[in-house]
Ligand binder design. Structure first.
Ligand code: HEC
Length: 132
C-alpha cells in the first residue's frame, strides 16, 4: 500500500508533462510542421514555399548573433505569436497566436509569472538550440 501512495504523484506528474511538452525536441517537431515550408528544415531560410515569397523568410539561426550574442527570446515569441511585430513586418507569415497554441505554462519574466502557450515556448526553445 505504501508503494502505491508513493507512485501516484509520480504518475500524475508524468501525465502533466506529456500534455505540456515544452522541450526543444517538441519544438523541433512543431517547426517542421508549421515553419519549415518557409524558413527551411534547418531554419536557414528559403524553404520550398519561402522561395516563392516576395519577402524572403530570414535565416533564423543568426538571431542571437544579430543581437550581440544574446538570443532575443521575447522578440522571437512576440513575432511568432503576432503580438509584437513591427509596422513593416511581412504579412506573409501567419500570426500563430491567432490559432491554437495549446495550454499555457507559467514562465517567470522580470520576477512576474506570465502565462505562455506551451507550443510557443517549445518552438522558442528549439530555435535557441539552432543558433550559430
Ligand atoms: C508563409 C511563410 C512563413 C511561415 C509559415 C512562417 N514564417 Fe516566419 N517569417 C516569414 C517571413 C516572410 C518573415 C520576415 C518578415 C519581415 O521581416 O518582414 C518571417 C520572420 C520570422 C521571424 C523574425 C526573424 C528576424 O530576423 O527578425 C521569426 C522569429 C520567425 N519568422 C519564426 C517563425 C516560426 C517559429 C514559424 C512557425 C511557427 C514561422 N516563422 C512560420 C515567413 C513565414
Amino acid at each position: 500500500m505504501k508503494s502505491l501512495i508513493f507512485l501516484l504523484p509520480v504518475a500524475l506528474a508524468a501525465c502533466v508533462e506529456h500534455e505540456l511538452d515544452v522541450s526543444a525536441e517538441a519544438g523541433g517537431a512543431l517547426f517542421q510542421q508549421n515553419c519549415a515550408a518557409c524558413h527551411g528544415v534547418d531554419a536557414r531560410g528559403a524553404g520550398v514555399t519561402g522561395r516563392e515569397l516576395f519577402n524572403l523568410p530570414p535565416d533564423l539561426t543568426t538571431l542571437a548573433a544579430d543581437n550581440n550574442g544574446v538570443f532575443p527570446r521575447d522578440y522571437v515569441m512576440g513575432v511568432i505569436d503576432g503580438f509584437d511585430r513591427g509596422d513593416h513586418f511581412s504579412a506573409a507569415m501567419p500570426e500563430f497566436g491567432a490559432g491554437d497554441m495549446g495550454p499555457t505554462v507559467i514562465v517567470e519574466r522580470d520576477g512576474l509569472g506570465t502565462p505562455v502557450p506551451a507550443r510557443l515556448l517549445a518552438l522558442t526553445e528549439w530555435l535557441e538550440t539552432v543558433q550559430e
